[in-house]
Design a protein around this ligand. Sequence first.
Ligand code: AMP
Length: 420
Amino acid sequence: MAFKQLDLIDPILKALVTEGYTTPTPIQAQSIPLILEERDLLGCAQTGTGKTAAFAIPILQLLYKNKTEERGPHKIKVLILTPTRELAIQIDESFAAYGKHTGLTHTVIFGGVSQLHQTNILRRGVDILVATPGRLLDLISQGFIDLKFLKIFVLDEADRMLDMGFIHDVKRIITKLPAKRQTLFFSATMPPEIQKLANVLLTNPAYVEVTPASSTVDAIEQSLYHVDKANKLSLLQYLLKDKEIVTALVFTRTKHGADKVVKFLHKNEITAAAIHGNKSQNARQHALSHFKSGNLRVLVATDIAARGIDIDDLSHVINFDLPNVPETYVHRIGRTGRAGNTGIAISFCDAEERTELKDIQKLIGLNIPVINSHPYPLSNTNFSTPSAPAQKPSPKRSRGFGSYDKGKSRNFSGGRRQSN
Ligand code: AMP
């Protein structure tokens, strides 16, 4: 299917050509016609599936078609609520890209920076507002934002809102929306509280689902290194000798851990920067843009800071620490292997992370292939990985250093994947 077959208007088709998009992703092919029919939508999809364009394109089209002459500043007609600043900026950039020939106006607001620039734009009026919950509530209470004229509300990454403790803010925001509106609700997973919220928010919704866990996992070559905690930095340095690692996004559990990794890499003349909650918004954007442009080889991030960052052609994700929440593993490795590309995800596991590993393997339904031949093996080798179907290592990609220990895998029939 081509975008042309989705009945899109020329100003949008023209922008998609500039973006180099020809074929809609599955979530786009399913959602665009439903949103254009002005249906409410419940979308089970995560970042990396093309979700942003799946809602941004039809929203722009609906607004463009219903455009009327407005006296004075434009009123906010669309609100997109998303959990992180990085996601908010990316969504706003998507509206800018797909909507550049529509004449519609948009802006983004988020906390951690001065509000002056944001309120100046809001005073001039916008059609589309992208926001994180805290700053939105703040500016509503200061009288800078009026949602009376809202037609479309998008709740993005609802499950993350819950994880990050924003659910009460979200509920407060919902009380400020007009009852008559179109609502689009996106979440990667559907825990009961999120399901309940969806039931309250949506009226007779259409349901679309793409199975991110299985498709993401399928596209990515995963490997696991058992290593003592004290040797993780040395192992990272050793792996980065591989020139095939052009760019790597390294995940640590803590902000302090991220800074420690960066300091170590600098000492070893590897370009790196950290993004986490203690860094200013400007420092985070600066690091991200240097990483995207190839000036930085390694970006070290904590989960919250990295959530949703969109980097094309990221070759490697390295889990320096395993996440406590198994779904986070899928979110993390989904930073590579974007839009149908393959990617490589390397994970370190120390003796204290066995439970996390067990939970991750249970969720993804496979044993991550173990690389045993490396210079920093675990000092206590009395370690057994829990049973799960094994993943067939892809022959297409370099395995980096060492080789797979096939003894740990029950079979290589590939096969079953479990979606969440
Ligand atoms: P998202 O899930 O919205 O974060 O999108 C993931 C990535 O896919 C982004 O880099 C988009 O620019 C890209 N993308 C989205 N839709 C398409 C498409 N139809 N064709 C090619 N790339 C796309």
